[in-house]
Design a protein around this ligand. Structure first.
Ligand code: G3P
Ligand code: MG
Length: 309
């Protein structure tokens, strides 16, 4: 779907008149969903944690859901594709996490790796391939034959899909070899056209976090970490971040409590086991990012209260 206007688009009009739009696809959507089904979807999400941003930071205009689908429902469908986002929605995930970077001609595209081999039938660097080349690749067949023909999505495609599924995103800015400043500016331009979507940016790249804060202070931006630095609070404040996103293995009950006590939303990745998710919620974690939203949402349909200490 190539669209320059969110509101005026025939494809979108067709979605609007359809009750069950989640199940529409160019390519046998219902068949895919049945084929990839791994259990009953969880109940509807009503239990999100308020976004606790301060007045110097992004405004608290949305809530972070307690479960976020990592690269879409990546256990059931090829990661970072429209199919994976739609399956996530069908499993009642309210948000997806996805990775955005730049093509050679500076278009925002969704892919995790710096190179094409693992998740497409292409070769070489994503940043040396233009959008037309990338859109010609198959990003689904590596995962399963039923996803043959799935494409690398543009950010535009992704935002439209999420908008009409009434979903939101944790959009991870992943320069991985391209210019982080240019990437941020392209992302900001896209997001300005999608004001109604709940979007929480995050990045491992400090330049990207700083750039987002400087040029789009209204868009909340999480600080993405593999480990928690000793002076995390000072650095968090210096960056002006709105949340901490951290590898769950790097978290302890003590460090989690410290972050929660400071009023900082705490997002953890990547949790595919129900017991571990329950433990993290008991520590006060705001949200867990999972490859398997069907499993976690079915087991934990609402955000559990943290245990008292
Ligand atoms: O945003 C959380 C997580 O996606 C960060 O790691 O490598 O899966 O993008 P990665
Ligand atoms: Mg990511």
């Amino acid at each position: 779907m190539e669209s320059n206007d969110f509101a005026a688009n025939a494809h979108i009009a067709a979605f609007k008149t359809t009750q069950d739009f989640r199940f529409l696809t160019e390519n046998n959507w219902r068949k895919r969903l049945v084929a990839s089904s791994s259990g009953a979807p969880g109940s509807a999400h009503t239990n999100c944690q308020c976004f606790a941003a301060t007045s110097q930071k992004a405004k608290p205009v949305f809530k972070i859901p307690h479960i976020i689908a990592h690269r879409g429902a990546s256990v059931e469908a090829p990661e970072n594709t429209i199919a994976a986002f739609r399956v996530a929605g069908a499993r009642n995930a309210k948000w997806v996490e996805c990775d955005v970077t730049l093509s050679a001609d500076n278009k925002c595209v969704l892919i995790h790796d710096e190179t094409l081999e693992r998740t497409t039938n292409g070769k070489g660097s994503i940043h040396q391939s233009d959008l037309a080349t990338l859109r010609g690749l198959d990003a689904g067949a590596w995962f399963s034959d039923i996803y043959k023909g799935e494409r690398i999505p543009t950010l535009t495609d992704t935002l439209e899909t999420l908008y009409f599924m009434e979903m939101g995103a944790n959009l991870e800015i992943k320069p991985s070899g391209c210019d982080p400043v240019r990437l941020c500016h392209e992302v900001i331009a896209e997001l300005k056209r999608a004001k109604d979507l709940p979007i929480l940016i995050s990045s491992f790249d400090d330049i990207a976090v700083a750039e987002m804060r400087k040029h789009a202070p209204e868009i909340p931006c999480g600080w993405l970490l593999e480990t928690l630095p000793e002076n995390w609070k000072a650095e968090y404040d210096r960056l002006g971040a709105s949340a901490i996103h951290i590898d769950h293995a790097a978290l302890t009950p003590v460090s989690a409590a410290e972050i929660v006590k400071a009023g900082v939303p705490l997002v953890c990745y990547t949790i595919n086991e129900v017991d571990r998710a329950r433990e993290l919620f008991a520590w006060g974690v705001t949200s867990v990012i999972t490859d398997d939203p069907a499993k976690l949402i079915t087991a934990i349909p609402h955000r559990p209260l943290p245990s008292t200490r």
